[in-house]
Design a protein around this ligand. Structure first.
Ligand SMILES: [Zn+2]
Length: 121
């Protein structure tokens, strides 16, 4: 993980990155890039200062939520989760920092995402 390098990204830089990747908004409000997702399922981005990271982490910085990001990266039992279950999404409103255990509980619940044959899943 490149937590220390994410500290070098300012909200202004993060916003520029997000804006340049925001290709479309789905019917569920997910922000998606034109780039093919990484094999992990996440959208990734090469940052001009020399490393590659997940686009949704950049989105948290752009949304002035660096503190939350630090919580997620600094504690092994915390992670940045997608409320929409769409890993390629980088809409900060769909992102939440929570314990991994918590995320596991939520994913057992039925969700409305992906029904009706939409393009999400
Ligand atoms: Zn989303």
């Amino acid at each position: 993980m490149v937590a220390h390098r994410l500290d070098e990204i300012t909200p202004l830089m993060a916003n520029q990155i997000i804006n340049s990747h925001h290709h479309r908004t789905t019917s569920l409000g997910c922000w998606e890039s034109q780039a093919k997702p990484h094999h992990s399922g996440y959208a990734i981005v090469s940052v001009s200062i020399g490393f590659t990271t997940n686009l949704h982490l950049i989105a948290l910085i752009a949304d002035n939520r660096h503190g939350e990001l630090k919580t997620a990266l600094g504690r092994s039992n915390f992670d940045v989760s997608h409320l929409c279950h769409n890993r390629t999404c980088f809409n900060p409103e769909h992102l939440i920092v929570e314990s991994i255990q918590h995320d596991g509980y939520r994913q057992q619940e039925p969700v409305g995402v992906g029904k009706n044959g939409d393009e999400l899943l």
